[in-house]
Design a protein around this ligand. Sequence first.
Ligand code: 5GP
Ligand code: ZN
Length: 118
Amino acid sequence: MADCIFCMIVDGKIPCAKVYEDEYSLAFLDINPLVWGHTLLIPKRHFVTIFDMPPEAVAACGGALQKVAQAVFKGMNAEGMNILQNNYAIAGQQIDHVHFHLLPRRAGDGFKVPWPAK
Ligand code: 5GP
Ligand code: ZN
């Protein structure tokens, strides 16, 4: 998609701090991190929401998701992790290219999930 920021990142037209890459997926640091180590994982192909993805694309992304989440968790020496994925504006989606937020959590990091947490 010509006017999609994340497609431009995939195409190397916009720089990113790359965390992981394979044939189908790319992970990079969020430009405006909610916590230290906030990482985004995206499919390289343009899909607006998770509902637009064929099952094989979800499976490829899911495999990378677990791998990258584990690496970020360990690499950041985190105590916990939130994995969030927003679909449509009402749910907070700002970039219309599917992405998973990986949020390594540590006590006192200041991030508040919208449900009770320790
Ligand atoms: P959403 O609200 O759509 O779920 O999340 C979009 C995320 O993309 C936000 O956390 C925002 O900081 C991040 N973001 C937006 N533009 C860029 C960019 O150009 N580069 C990077 N690395 N992250 C971006
Ligand atoms: Zn895109």
